[in-house]
Design a protein around this ligand. Structure first.
Ligand SMILES: Nc1ncnc2c1ncn2[C@@H]1O[C@H](COP(=O)(O)OP(=O)(O)OP(=O)(O)O)[C@@H](O)[C@H]1O
Ligand SMILES: [Mg+2]
Length: 411
């Protein structure tokens, strides 16, 4: 609200070359709490409106110098005075005058001789509207400022989130690689010590057969640990590298979806042979795809592996149902588990690279981000997840039977 409107009486500027003609109106306004100013020409009125706070202008039409219409046009052309409501005072009542007044930017008109009650009604209406408009403009400004601040905050949060993801990623990689590399290093050092001791034995006292056998056995054991640890580190690095699937290296061919799904289940089964988990696949025979069986198989394996590792972990039983539905030329593949499900905060992040709830327990957090890449990239489809804590999770892949031909895909 304008200072004028809240703390001071409303300021009314009367622009009229003969204000005496207004009769008692002038006095009435002053007596009824208005701060009344008078200018005797259009030019003088323009100056007053700029130099003193003005809430409303009563403007005579016929004046020497610039007339009321021109004065009004100039008031409207100046940003400092454009918002002040102007009420014309005219002796003539013909419509042309009224139309001219509105065209020049006036909001209303009163006819002379002035009738106090009518004048007051019009002044009060337009002052009220003017004040409301000002309030609205101020609120709008505040809203815009708030929105701008919110946007800044949001941008900052996104940035902070990215940094947090990067931090988690670096911590994840470091943590995962630390164990195998650390083990390999310890074993390699012990192997070196053993070799130095053995060397000393050879050059020093006589070497007994039992010394030789012990050394051979120890070094074999240590070398095996070194190999296993390096293999684990190498596997981790391979999975880190798979973040972006190299489309050109993937083979496109025709294949039967039923066979592909069952082959992949058969390949992953041995890794949890003794566990009570049930994997049920209900994929009809004869769904002929022209796509990329390698990457699709990787997605299927990731989703099965996730159900086993995350959904069924710590439970006595668990079932993963894989079903398919053909919708025109698209296949909808649903992976529904009855495991522990996910909190919404987890669900919101599962497709982020390196997001894992098993940091330091073998999870690299790449499975789902690689799967999403494959499905939306090379397969030309989509991958969505829904889940509720305690009610299992549902992953849905949609992909065309005939994969799109990407220019960088070798066929
Ligand atoms: N079926 C599921 N039930 C419950 N939680 C799941 C399920 N699938 C995925 N998640 C959650 O999503 C996270 C991300 O999964 P993602 O496959 O990307 O990584 P990961 O399995 O932890 O590690 P990686 O796949 O690289 O070994 C998991 O850590 C887990 O918290
Ligand atoms: Mg996974």
């Amino acid at each position: 609200m304008s200072e004028n409107a809240t703390t001071q009486p409303p300021a009314i500027l009367i622009i009229d070359d003969t204000p005496a003609n207004l009769g008692v109106a002038l006095e009435y306004l002053s007596e009824h709490g208005f701060d009344v100013g008078v200018a005797r020409s259009g030019e003088a009125g323009l100056e007053c409106a700029v130099s003193a706070p003005t809430d409303l202008i009563l403007l005579d039409v016929m004046m020497p110098g610039i007339d009321g219409f021109e004065t009004c046009r100039r008031l409207k052309a100046n940003a400092a005075t454009a918002e002040i409501p102007v009420i014309f005072m005219t002796a003539q009542t013909d419509t042309e005058d009224v139309v001219n007044g509105f065209e020049a930017g006036g909001v209303d008109y009163v006819t002379k001789p002035i009738r106090i009650a009518e004048l007051m009604a019009r002044i009060n209406t337009h002052l009220g509207l003017h004040i409301m408009r000002k309030q609205l403009a101020e609120h709008n400004e505040q809203l815009s400022a708030t929105i701008a601040r919110l946007k800044e905050t949001q941008a900052g949060l996104v940035q902070a989130d990215k940094l947090a993801s990067l931090g988690a990623m670096v911590a994840g990689i470091a943590h995962e690689l630390n164990t195998p590399i650390g083990n390999a290093l310890i074993m390699a050092t012990s192997l070196e010590d053993a070799a130095v001791n053995f060397n000393a034995m050879i050059t020093g006292k006589e070497l007994r057969r039992s010394d030789l056998t012990a050394y051979a056995q120890r070094s074999q054991g240590m070398a095996e640990i070194v190999t296993r640890s390096c293999q684990r580190a190498a596997n981790l690095i391979i999975s880190f590298k798979q973040v972006a699937v190299d489309q050109t290296s993937e083979q496109r061919r025709r294949f039967d979806l039923h066979t592909l799904v069952n082959d992949n289940i058969a390949a992953i089964r041995p890794s949890f042979r003794s566990a009570p988990w049930v994997i049920e696949a209900d994929v009809p025979v004869g769904l002929d795809c022209d796509s990329y069986p390698g990457p699709l198989g990787q997605v299927i394996t990731n989703l099965i592996q996730n159900a086993v590792t995350h959904a069924f972990d710590g439970r006595d039983s668990g079932t993963l149902r894989i079903t398919t539905l053909l919708k025109a030329y698209f296949v909808e593949m649903v992976f529904q588990d009855d495991g522990k499900g996910m909190e919404s905060a987890v669900l919101a992040r599962i497709f982020e690279p390196f997001y894992t709830s098993r940091l330091g327990q073998g999870g690299s957090g790449l499975g789902l981000s690689i799967s999403l890449n494959i499905v939306t990239g090379v397969l030309g489809g989509s991958l969505h997840a829904t889940s509720q804590p305690g009610s299992g999770s549902r992953f849905v892949i949609n992909f065309p039977l005939i994969a799109p031909t990407a220019p960088n895909v070798s066929v």
